[in-house]
Design a protein around this ligand. Structure first.
Ligand code: TUI
Length: 324
């Protein structure tokens, strides 16, 4: 129905990857996305290797389809996380906040595909050189840590800069957006925010309700020194802004952030928790099984792409030829 070269590379039905959100992307969500024909991804975040192994084993018990792991390169446990990925022969990894280059030879030996998430053209080129199999160009519309460029601006520049397949992330929640990025040269998408509200996602109900309630301008981009994090506005972001106004140091700002993502995901603290979500949060309207989300998006993208040829009027094509 809708397939790209990426689907062959990853042996999946639809070109939809689920974001490897730390704390949020558990085995249950990853398995549900993979069962539905996308690529589910377990977010390793800052977890130790053995915690990840339990998640991988759980996902394997829930699905026989391929799934991936997201490796967060600022984690103190990166080396043991990679070791577990090699031992458990996970099919695909996506990476964030760093360069997986030094691990690529070992991963390739096991046939594990490596797909880094990057926010700039320079990093896309560097990742291609180090042997990445594909790349995810993530625009600043996304939730969590983000770069400076929008998906609209970043994606076509990355598509032109590398030969490996490119996926788009940031600002994608429905079939129109999937169709749009396919038209810009992407071979697939990574979606995070919409999957927070998947029925199988294990985040606290309060977190899901906060996403469902969000309006278009309800996300807040906090950050300094080129490091930005997008979250839903709440008491925590008000406190953050107050500290900034008072000229607080980086240490004070960092201290405010410690443990906030866990507080939101596990305890459901919507006031002082870090409710990471992208600008498309307002487009997420209900809690649905992952299969329904994926089928809705694919059906809509196909419809949009089928309708577009109607924009091409024969007479005008002739006019263009004559002008040439
Ligand atoms: O990583 C993300 N998004 C994230 S991470 C996160 S929060 C978190 N909290 C606790 C534990 C774990 C995670 C929330 N959102 N996006 C991918 C991303 N990668 N954005 C930017 C980059 C990046 C930055 C530098 C990729 C490569 C890079 O390379 C630098 C180098 O070493 O060359």
């Amino acid at each position: 129905m809708l397939s790209t070269e990426l689907c062959k590379l990853l042996q999946i039905k639809y070109p939809i990857l689920q974001g490897g959100m730390a704390w949020v992307a558990t085995a249950e969500l990853a398995a549900a996305v993979s069962e539905a024909g996308g690529l589910g991804i377990i977010g390793a975040g800052n977890a130790p290797g053995e915690v990840l192994r339990q998640q991988i084993l759980k996902a394997k018990s829930l699905t026989k389809k391929p799934f991936g792991v997201n490796v967060y390169y600022l984690s103190p446990f990166v080396e043991e996380v990679i070791q577990v990925i090699l031992e458990e022969e996970v099919k695909v990894i996506t990476t964030g906040a760093g360069n997986p280059g030094k691990h690529i030879p070992k991963l390739k030996e096991k046939g594990i595909k490596v797909i880094p998430v990057i926010p700039s053209v320079a990093l896309a080129k560097r990742m291609e050189k180090t042997g990445a199999d594909a790349i995810i160009a993530e625009g600043m519309e996304c939730g969590g840590h983000t770069g400076e460029l929008t998906t609209m601006a970043l994606l076509p520049q990355v598509v032109d800069a590398v030969k490996i397949p490119v996926l788009a992330a940031g600002g994608i929640a429905d079939g129109r957006q999937l169709a749009a990025v396919l038209c810009m040269g992407a071979q697939g998408v990574q979606m995070g925010t919409r999957f927070i509200c998947a029925a199988e996602c294990t985040v606290h109900e309060n977190y899901k309700q906060a996403v469902l309630k969000a309006k278009d301008r309800d996300t807040f981009l906090s950050g300094y020194n080129g490091h930005y994090v997008r979250v839903l506005k709440n008491k925590l972001t008000q406190e953050y802004q107050r500290l900034i106004k008072e000229g607080a140091s980086e240490e004070e700002l960092e201290k405010l952030g410690v443990g906030r993502l866990r507080a939101a995901v596990v305890d459901g603290d919507t006031e002082m928790g870090s409710l990471m979500a992208g600008q498309v949060a307002a487009m997420v309207q209900k809690i649905q099984p992952a299969r329904e989300i994926i089928e809705e998006i694919i059906t809509e993208a196909v419809k949009v792409l089928q309708e577009k040829p109607k924009l091409l009027i024969k007479g005008e094509e002739i006019l263009c030829e004559r002008e040439r």
